[in-house]
Design a protein around this ligand. Structure first.
Ligand code: SAM
Ligand code: DTB
Ligand code: SF4
Length: 351
């Protein structure tokens, strides 16, 4: 997908600069983000990822947002690691619905070494169906990362969740540095990195800026950046928080797009509580990926048909999975940029 040289991509953002991006007039921010999007990515194309919880609930961690922590009574039924057949079945449904990536999540602090052969088998079987693979299993050691990479895992998801400063208000059972170490293990083993966070947890704008700075100042930007709106699940300590201003959510997407111009920014959890106009605005702000199909890990997500109808009304097409999409996409991108330059000449006097 790369149009920009890696050396031209910034990873030295300061908080002052990022707060200035956040606080532009709303329309300026959206315009700038849309321009950035069109310079590096194909407009009107959205990548679809489907989630499956392969091991549900009874998690020893204390993440205050999470319905799967054993510490909160959320009425969730816990489940052991799924058998391979159930995973293949769900992946087939995702593929038939038009998804290009299948993301398998486990409510673990980190995987046990004895689980690695089982999840490696899931990776191989899902890939064999012609889907990209992603997993989110908690913290990974160097050795575990290498094993998942050799099984063919395309992406590993591990979120920083929030800023370094606000982190202690959300999780106490693992440190920010633990998360950074996992991201570095994933990167070093050659997998693509999926890392983002959650907004609407009672943090300040400076924390949202802090999260994006941590992600954008990594040695290499994550290829995929999920921005989740908190799903307020009864029984969790965050169930009764006030909702974040929707415009502030859109601003966060737009600033992510500007800071990480080549990354796929995912409009992630929380879409059940967003109207169509808000989702359209998120795409305008540069989101080019969603979680697709009616369930996230344990909570509901819009039905596939609902999303496809919205895409149709907005002229958005789902991105197809192409094994070697870099060169084709670059050519398509150039054609698009040239076509747009021509359109603009309709509105301006020559010379
Ligand atoms: N247990 C593993 C871990 O925490 O790394 C993997 C699964 S965990 C559920 C993956 C991510 O889902 C979390 O890091 C968090 O960003 C997101 N998440 C969990 N509960 C959420 C909620 N209620 N609202 C929004 N995002 C949530
Ligand atoms: C991510 O950033 N969001 C997804 C995925 N990575 C694993 C999870 C959202 C979970 C929402 C709450 C639930 O369904 O349990
Ligand atoms: Fe466990 Fe992951 Fe939920 Fe934290 S976010 S409680 S680690 S499942």
């Amino acid at each position: 997908m790369a149009v920009l040289e890696q050396s031209t991509i910034r990873n030295n953002w300061t908080r002052e600069e990022v707060l200035a991006l956040f606080n532009q007039p709303f329309n300026d921010l959206l315009f700038n983000a849309q321009v950035a999007h069109r310079l590096t990515l194909i407009p009107n194309q959205v990548q679809l990822s489907t989630l499956l919880s392969i091991k549900t609930g009874a998690c020893p961690e204390d993440c205050k947002y999470c319905p799967q922590s054993a510490r909160y009574d959320t009425g969730l039924e816990k489940e052991k690691l799924l058998e391979i057949e159930a995973v293949i079945e769900a992946a087939k449904v995702a593929k038939a619905s038009g998804s290009s990536r299948f993301c398998m999540g486990a409510a673990w602090r980190s995987p046990h070494d004895r689980d690695i052969p089982k999840v490696a088998n899931m990776i191989r079987e899902v890939k064999a169906l012609g889907l990209e693979t992603c997993m989110t299993l908690g913290m990974l050691s160097e050795n575990q990362s290498e094993k998942l990479a050799s099984a063919g895992l395309d992406y590993y998801n591990h979120n920083l969740d929030t800023s370094k400063e606000f982190y202690g208000e959300v999780i106490t059972t693992r440190t920010y540095q633990d998360r950074l170490n996992t991201l570095s293990n994933v990167r070093n083993s050659g997998m693509k990195v999926c890392a983002g966070g959650i907004v609407g947890m009672g943090e300040e704008q400076t924390d949202r800026a802090g999260l994006l700075i941590e992600l954008a100042n990594l040695p290499r930007h994550p290829e995929s950046v999920p921005i989740n709106m908190l799903v307020k699940v009864p029984g969790t300590p965050m169930a009764d928080l006030d909702a974040l201003d929707p415009f502030e959510f859109i601003r966060t997407i737009a600033v992510a797009r500007l800071m990480m111009p080549q990354s796929y920014v995912r409009l992630s959890a929380g879409r059940e509580d967003m109207n169509e106009q808000m989702q359209a605005m998120a795409f305008m702000a540069g989101a080019n990926s969603i979680f697709y199909c009616e369930k996230l890990l344990t909570t509901p997500n819009p039905a596939a048909n609902t999303d496809l109808q919205l895409f149709k009304r907005l002229g958005i097409t789902p991105e197809a999975y192409q094994v070697n999409r870099d060169t084709e996409d670059q050519a398509a991108q150039l054609r698009q940029t040239i076509a747009e330059a021509k359109t603009h000449s309709l509105f301006y006097r020559a010379g």
